[in-house]
Design a protein around this ligand. Structure first.
Ligand SMILES: [Zn+2]
Length: 374
């Protein structure tokens, strides 16, 4: 992580003001700052998220640790780009929020915007961060969570892709993948690797060619973003899974939610096959509890979306660590807040009120996801 990120100290509430953006532009030189902190009515750019992450870490040192967990593809090429950032939020005690699996507090991980054009997802992560850092000692339920859980957030898993989306602020571009064009130019469609098909669990070469939306990359975990996310999750969750087709250890702790759009449903493992996961009943039971807050039904296999998803992040984490892992598809298929690019007002009016209690519940459930649910 760069020094300018850590050194910033300013009130988060002022981050979006124009005057502060001008002030910021003289304070340090980040290559993408010209894009501004927001686009399309209020959505945060990657720079906006980075400023926010740094601001909450600086303002709440008793609650927040901010990590650089790896590079975007462009940064790995030495062409600008971004660090992938992860925050850990808890009432910090010694050894809390370390990048290892020895922490005593169960972990809930919220992971967003691995598909860049699914723009509501990063905003939900942003709202979740603000809720957590503003609620300790204020809201009894969130205070209890912060005292007993590690709340990890990766707000932007695909920052290069989000830069592309936000490069047209009034009409965001529909970039889904990262921007790795090493497989060559595209006559139609966009180059890039689908990071949610690139994991090293059940990676499948036959998901599409380099110019299609689900191109899985030249090999499993070929992309630096995948290496960053897998490396991060492998550090914080112990390896207790055993064989792929064996159930998770009953003592497994943790819950993982990756946010996508759209469909108003929850996808639980497996995504790569229609065969039931060894813990399918428990995975669906917890999914149904979370879905009770959002009204989202729970599907496995190709249910809900109509196709299989080999190489996904959530299958990788459940398949290698046993951690219950879910894909939330935020947003309806029709209507004012539908699709990849809902108006920014939909975050506050529709999505956040549904997601907030589901995420609080997921964090509570991280203590005993295969035991007695809260
Ligand atoms: Zn997606």
């Amino acid at each position: 992580m760069s020094g300018w990120l850590i050194g910033m100290r300013r009130p988060a509430a002022l981050l979006c003001t124009f005057a502060l953006m001008l002030l910021s532009s003289t304070a340090y030189s980040a290559p993408n700052l010209a894009a501004g902190a927001t686009y399309y009515g209020g959505y945060h750019t990657v720079v906006g998220h980075e400023q926010h992450n740094a601001a909450v870490a600086a303002a709440h040192p008793e609650l927040v640790k901010l990590y650089d967990i790896g590079d975007s593809w462009t940064k790995a090429q030495g062409q600008g780009g971004h660090d992938i950032q992860a925050l850990c939020i808890t009432k910090l005690a010694p050894d809390d929020c370390a990048l290892n699996s020895t922490g005593k507090k169960p972990k809930f991980v919220l992971h967003a915007q691995i598909h860049a054009r699914e723009i509501a997802t990063g905003e939900i992560a942003y709202q979740w961060i603000d809720l957590l850092v503003s609620s300790h000692g204020v809201d009894p339920e969130i205070t209890e969570l912060l005292d007993t859980r590690e709340l990890w957030i990766v707000p932007i898993a695909n920052p290069d892709g989000v830069d592309v989306v936000a490069s047209n602020p009034a009409r965001p571009l529909l970039q889904r993948k990262n921007v790795d064009d090493s497989a060559g130019e595209c006559q139609a469609g966009y180059p890039g690797v689908d990071l949610n098909r690139n994991s090293s669990f059940r990676w499948d070469a036959n998901q599409g060619d380099p110019c299609t939306e689900m191109y899985p990359g030249a090999k499993a975990a070929s992309e630096p973003e995948t290496v960053a996310i897998q490396g991060f999750l492998a550090k914080i969750f112990p390896d207790t899974k055993g064989a792929v087709d064996a159930p998770a250890a009953a003592s497994t702790t943790g819950v993982f939610v990756t946010l996508h759009s759209y469909g108003n449903d929850i996808l639980a493992p497996w995504g790569y096959t229609r065969t039931a996961a060894p813990d399918q009943a428990a995975l669906v039971a917890l999914g149904n509890k979370m879905g009770g807050f959002t009204g989202y039904p729970v599907f496995t296999g190709d249910g809900g979306i109509g196709y299989l998803t080999p190489g996904s992040t959530s299958d990788w984490l459940y398949g290698t660590r046993g951690v219950p892992s879910y894909t939330f598809e935020i947003g309806p298929r029709t209507g004012w807040c539908a699709g990849f690019l809902p108006p920014y007002s939909c975050i506050a009016s529709t999505f956040w009120p549904l997601l907030k209690p589901a995420l609080v519940y997921a964090a509570k459930a991280a203590a005993t996801p295969y035991g007695q649910l809260p």
